[in-house]
Design a binder for this molecule. Structure first.
Ligand code: NAG
Ligand code: NAG
Length: 394
């Protein structure tokens, strides 16, 4: 007992000591200046901090610092914190951005903390919906505000991503990363501005966060496992989406998605899983939505295995993505469309083990009574059902 206590006490001491000893690297010491291009100063500071043998803390003080593009690469020698108190501002269209689809990237970093009340301002307004009529931003080349590639054991908290030119945040190949009190802000009419996209990552948590944007608030792609969304508010936006899946060969399974205690406000969709028809094979299982509040939400509960925007696919060939072990529990509030619960599964791979329980939704529009649909699925139904389950079925 005594020995165990001592070990615990020593661990605490070590933790406190290492926190207290974080070596501070202020970007202004390397020449960063408000309202001036501070790209080089940031990169130099990252290099110094990343090489520190002990815990380091990079500080960006208050003020607007212009950054054309910055890739912060690890591995670093010790835990590293990026404390953003001011604003990092991207160039607008015409501002000289050259390379690639990333504005700010963190790559191959272990024990990264991004903190502060600062803002990553992508200045996207100038780019949304632009066709490739400019030498800088063509199609996929629009930069994502924040990329986390192969980042592990990390925390992103209190910061805001504002007006990204496309996706705000992309999480790829990451493990044990938490977003806490994180903010995404862009107007409803911004184009392709998904809040947080997660792919090929394990143990990602989004907690107590607010996402207001023009596309999916959170989108979850193939290879995502153990993803937790808790107390996340979405809206405006297109809701919380898994997929679209099945478009590409060799997609990895999606497994273990838990969306709990979240609120959607005035969004195009609520919670949905979408897969392409005529697709490659794939699987998504163990997906659970619970305690979700809908306020004036379109398609609040949706499985769409006939997802085919712009008619670019053959709807006659069913999706080969297998969906199983899915639950929707305690979903309540208001729908802005009469079809409130719409479960369209694949005729080639009917959904297995779907549970709908305690659904209490209201529709007060003029397009008829609230309704529900089930296709290629026989859900297990429990508790309250407004609308009644599977009013139309096929
Ligand atoms: C997960 O990441 C957090 C944040 O850095 C860290 O405190 C925790 O120890 C990590 N968990 C594991 C199992 O490494
Ligand atoms: C679905 O759940 C059942 C029962 O809990 C389990 O045996 C099965 O392995 C699960 N299937 C998948 C694909 O996760």
């Amino acid at each position: 007992m005594g020995v165990r206590l001592n070990v615990a006490a020593m661990t605490l001491l070590v933790l406190f000591a290492s926190h207290a000893n974080a070596q501070v690297f202020d970007v202004t010491a390397n020449g960063a200046k408000p309202n001036a291009d501070s790209t080089q100063a940031l990169l130099t500071t990252w290099k110094e901090a990343c090489a520190s043998a002990t815990r380091s803390k990079i500080v960006v003080p208050k003020g607007v610092f212009k950054v054309t593009q910055a890739l912060f690469q690890g591995p670093c020698k010790a835990p590293i914190e990026f404390n953003l108190q001011g604003t990092l501002q991207a160039p607008p269209v015409g501002g000289g951005f050259k390379g690639g689809d990333t504005w700010i990237g963190f790559e191959h970093v272990d024990f990264l903390t991004v903190s502060g009340n600062g803002v990553f301002d992508g200045q996207g307004k100038s780019a949304w919906g632009k066709k490739c009529d400019h030498t800088e931003y063509c199609g996929k080349q629009l930069p994502i505000n924040l990329r986390f590639d192969f980042v592990t054991n990390s925390l992103v908290q209190d910061v805001t991503t504002l007006d990204s030119k496309q996706f705000h945040v992309n999480v790829l190949g990451c493990k044990n990363v938490t977003f806490h009190n994180f903010h995404v802000i862009a107007p409803e009419n911004s184009v392709n501005t998904d809040g947080i996209h997660i792919g090929r990552s394990t143990d990602i948590k989004i907690l107590n966060s607010i996402i207001q944007t023009g596309d999916d608030c959170v989108s979850i792609g193939d290879g995502s496992k153990q993803i937790y969304l808790t107390q996340v508010t979405c809206g405006p936006g297109h809701g919380f989406g898994i997929g679209s899946l099945g478009k590409y060969l060799n997609e990895l399974p999606v497994q273990g998605i838990f969306v709990t205690g979240c609120t959607l406000k005035n969004t195009l969709n609520g919670v949905r899983i979408k897969t392409w028809p005529n697709s490659y094979p794939g699987t998504a299982s163990d997906i659970h939505f619970a305690d979700i509040t809908m306020e004036n939400v379109g398609n609040p509960v949706l499985i769409d295995q006939e997802y085919c925007p712009w008619n670019q696919c053959n709807l006659k060939v069913p999706s080969k993505v297998k969906l199983s072990n899915i639950s929707f529990k305690k979903i309540h509030g208001t729908s802005s469309t009469p079809l409130a619960v719409n479960l369209v599964c694949s005729s080639g791979a009917p959904c297995q083990n779907v549970v709908i329980q305690d659904i209490n939704l209201k529709y007060s529009g003029s397009q008829g009574p609230i309704t529900s649909k089930c296709k290629n699925v026989k859900p297990t139904v429990g508790g309250v059902q407004n609308p009644a389950a599977c009013i139309t079925s096929a």
